[in-house]
Design a protein around this ligand. Structure first.
Ligand SMILES: Cc1cc2nc3c(=O)[nH]c(=O)nc-3n(C[C@H](O)[C@H](O)[C@H](O)COP(=O)(O)O)c2cc1C
Length: 386
């Protein structure tokens, strides 16, 4: 967005706060007091967030008393903090993907009572377990606004929920009445330094679908579906296996021929790795048989395997497998983008330009079906091997 078209001129400052409000644990200043007023100011700001029926249902509980903080910290440790501390010991210096987060979470668990203020965000009401967001959508945005307002003032927090495993004990400790739901515990302190980095996250265009689930646009989404707008398809599956166990299947394009009704097989020209190439053999009813050369453009074992077809600078299609670690499982994403180079698709469009969008949609459907079978097949293999 062009900042000059924004309704106010502080877009950069607002965006900075929105993008750098991190989970702060090791950089909470445990020795610097936090003024009461700043907490109340931040709650006033947070209370401006929307609430169902415009009702005042959120309640905030601020712990300042050392004995109360210690009692809550002990419950936090019993409820899961001790497990986090043990986990940190188990994986420290192993290169485990969650080593840093666990070290940070363990530090907080060990020092929770030393944080100047512990803020519990609660709401009047109980969830109806209907599967709808219900209660939570009247409170979570307020709690997050509170974190953002803290950040703008040089304070920090971390979203914590471990204590909810002992929600009844917390309720008793703090005199929380029946009918109130506890949502989050926010430890509040000044931060040590105020520089925080952006977190690695998936770019919006890769996780945002346009008009239909799984349909992506690398280019302009505000207009007709054209080849120039960089359409693509993404499918995902959750696999009950670790990323390293799934990787060999993902890094073997020949395997995809088992499940695709168009891709017939792949032959490597080099050792698999960045810059390596393979020939792909394809067959389709209308187009017949054809071969393409694919170039490996992303190769990070256990995380990313990506290739560009034909010309790596102007590919006809681009494909990528990504492995995202989850707690005890892995999400496999398989994504493809058409173009920008010529392909069978551009040939079909040139022959029938009035039907460009319909031709693209049909091609997306073919790929979605093939790719869906591929990730399901990889899931079956990886789970069977485990
Ligand atoms: C629903 C939820 C529950 C969380 N629970 C805890 C927790 O109990 N303890 C903790 O130290 N961090 C907790 N976190 C913080 C996450 O670990 C943190 O957001 C993650 O490490 C990413 O860091 P970032 O927010 O700085 O990007 C929780 C976060 C969310 C969204």
């Amino acid at each position: 967005m062009d900042p000059s078209s924004a309704p106010f001129d502080e877009v950069a400052a607002v965006d900075h706060v929105l993008t750098t409000t991190r989970a702060v644990r090791r950089r909470l200043d445990l020795d610097r007091p936090v003024e009461d007023q700043v907490i109340f100011d931040c709650i006033d700001i947070a209370e401006q967030s929307p609430t169902g029926g415009n009702q005042s249902t959120r309640r905030w509980l601020v712990l300042r008393d050392p004995a109360r903080k210690l009692a809550l910290a002990e419950l936090y440790r019993e409820a899961g903090g001790d497990w986090i501390i043990a986990q940190h010991e188990a994986i420290r210096e192993t290169g485990h993907h969650s080593e840093k987060v666990t070290a940070s979470a363990a530090h907080l668990a060990e020092n929770l009572e030393r944080v100047p203020a512990l803020v519990l965000v609660t709401i009047w009401g109980e969830h109806d377990n209907s599967g709808r967001p219900g209660l939570f959508d009247s409170v979570i945005q307020a709690a997050w606004s509170f974190c953002l307002a803290l950040r703008a003032r040089g304070l920090g927090s971390a979203w914590t929920t471990v204590h909810l495993n002992r929600a009844d004990a917390v309720k008793e400790l703090l005199g929380i009445p029946d009918g109130v739901t506890q949502i989050v515990l926010l430890p509040v302190a000044h931060t040590i330094g105020t520089e925080f980095r952006l977190a690695p996250r998936f770019p919006a265009r890769t996780i945002t679908y346009v008009d239909r689930w799984g349909d992506t646009r690398a280019g302009n989404a505000d207009g007709p579906l054209t080849h120039d707008s960089g359409p693509g398809v993404t499918v995902e599956v959750e696999i009950d296996a670790a990323a390293d166990a799934i990787w060999p299947y993902v890094a073997d394009p020949d395997l995809l021929a088992r499940w695709s009704d168009e891709f017939m097989g792949a032959t490597w020209h080099d050792e698999p790795g960045l810059g390596a190439t393979f020939t792909g053999r394809n067959h389709q009813k209308v187009l017949g048989d054809w071969e393409t050369t694919s170039h490996i453009v992303g190769y990070e074992p256990h995380r990313l395997f990506a290739w560009a077809v034909r010309d790596p600078d102007v590919p006809s299609t681009q494909w990528r497998f990504e492995l995202i670690p989850l707690a005890g499982a892995t999400r496999l994403r398989f994504a493809m983008t058409f173009g920008p180079g010529p392909s069978g698709l551009t040939w079909a469009i040139e022959n029938d330009p009035d039907n460009e969008a319909a031709i693209i949609r049909a091609r997306q459907d073919t790929h979605r079906a093939n790719m869906g079978r591929c990730v399901a097949g990889i899931k079956a293999l990886a789970e069977r091997a485990g």
